[in-house]
Design a protein around this ligand. Structure first.
Ligand code: URA
Length: 210
């Protein structure tokens, strides 16, 4: 994998991911852990945020200290499973705006079609993190990134909890400028499009709809 693909091997993330993978993990715990992993991944994926020096008077002395340079961020969950990662990100970046994008696959053309899209009005001025727990074929992620690029967004990152090699390859090919952040790169996709070993259907497990 190249330097645009970041796989987080932090023990806390790996431990929590193992609980998600377990088929016996119930909906409440699954939802909470998706959110916790999103928070931990957000901490790592925002390492490159620019800072600026500001003068601050502590109760003891005046000093120059680093603060965030005020770069504006937006997160865009891909409906529906991406919603499970939103709160975890907002825990660390409460001022981020949230866009939403929903896609379905046209049964004739097999192309992803946008059925819902609502972006912050100033999205072009923001760096965007696209959220989807599972990067399977990469079709939806690639289409979502393209829709966001159509709004003149310049910097986009993709955050997934589990990725399949097929999905990583597709996004790297279609969008070489987009960095991918994931907690695990699994083995493959099966004939039904599920990631192996994966964790099953992330949307169903987050929302309890199985
Ligand atoms: N989407 C899921 O929720 N799970 C997979 O394994 C693949 C796509």
């Amino acid at each position: 994998m190249d330097e645009m693909v970041h796989i987080f091997d932090h023990p806390l993330i790996q431990h929590k991911l193992a609980i998600l993978r377990d088929e016996n993990t119930g909906v409440k715990e699954f939802r909470e852990i998706v959110s916790e992993i999103a928070t931990l991944m957000c901490y790592e994926a925002t390492r490159d945020l620019p800072t600026r020096e500001v003068e601050i008077k502590t109760p003891v002395a005046t000093g120059t200290f680093k603060t965030l340079a005020g770069k504006k961020l937006a997160i865009v969950p891909i409906l529906r499973a991406g919603l499970g990662m939103v709160d975890g990100i907002l825990t660390l970046i409460p001022s981020a705006k949230v866009g939403h994008i929903g896609l379905y696959r046209d049964p004739q053309t097999l192309e992803p079609v946008e059925y819902y899209c609502k972006m912050p009005s100033d999205i072009a001025e923001r760096d965007v993190i696209v959220l989807d727990p599972m990067l399977a074929t990469g079709g939806s992620a690639s289409a979502a990134i393209q829709f966001i690029k159509n709004y003149e967004v310049k910097h986009i990152k993709l955050m997934n909890i589990i990725a399949a090699p097929e999905g990583v390859e597709r996004v790297r090919k279609d969008h070489p400028d987009v960095a991918i952040y994931c907690a695990a790169l699994d083995e493959k996709l099966n004939d039904h499009g599920y990631i192996v070993p994966g964790l099953g259907d992330a949307g169903d497990r987050i929302f309890g709809t199985k």
